[in-house]
Design a binder for this molecule. Structure first.
Ligand SMILES: [Zn+2]
Length: 198
């Protein structure tokens, strides 16, 4: 993961206030608290950790991303008095005891290659508190989801406009070597012949 040269990361953890981050680190969840996306603009690649498992990331080329949206918006109170980390923590993982966050869905592929959907679960780790949507930590999750969506929407728009530009460029054949060249080319990039005035 880290050897792949990802330069930008958007992870739920980073959006929480210092005090919450500290308690996550204190309770040893840091390594697992990595649900989010990583971006490599040079390689045009995105890595996803769709679930809590840090070994389970998926790499997706920018050009394959189709859509991004928030699909789950549930936020239940912690009834259980333990550590409110939902499915991250076996002891508190009772269905009604979850602090649920937001779910972001990213779809990839096309009708020729087939499509895929990836789900990023953005959880809230607050300790044993009763929480609601006005809670600052819920706002932190919302902000994280918003950042992911904004970033990916820009990537989708950019790669679509690059694709469009490619398909709109008019191509003709070089009269000397028969390779495809741009209609506006003055010199063939394959054989080096000058084409002007032909
Ligand atoms: Zn040529």
């Amino acid at each position: 993961m880290y050897s792949l040269g990802f330069t930008k990361r958007i992870v739920t953890f980073d959006f929480f206030p210092r005090s919450v981050q500290k308690s996550i680190v204190f309770y040893g969840f840091r390594r697992r608290w990595t649900v989010g996306i990583w971006l490599n603009y040079q390689k045009q690649m995105m890595a996803l950790r769709p679930v809590k498992n840090t070994q389970n990331e998926t790499c997706i080329p920018f050009g394959e991303i189709r859509s991004v949206e928030v699909v789950g918006d549930e936020y239940t109170k912690t009834i259980f008095g333990g550590v409110g980390v939902g499915s991250f923590f076996g002891g508190s993982a009772k269905s009604e005891g979850f602090n649920r966050g937001l779910q972001v869905r990213i779809t990839t592929g096309n009708i020729r290659s087939g499509t895929n959907a990836y789900f990023l679960n953005l959880w809230e780790p607050r300790l044993g508190a009763k929480l609601n949507k006005s809670d600052p930590n819920f706002k932190a999750i919302q902000e994280c989801a918003r950042s992911i969506i904004d970033e990916i929407e820009i990537i989708i728009q950019e790669s679509q406009s690059v694709e469009k530009e490619h398909s709109e460029r008019e191509v003709r054949q070089c009269p000397y070597c028969s390779e495809d060249i741009l209609a506006t080319a003055k010199k063939c990039k394959h054989c080096g012949e000058w084409l002007e005035g032909k």
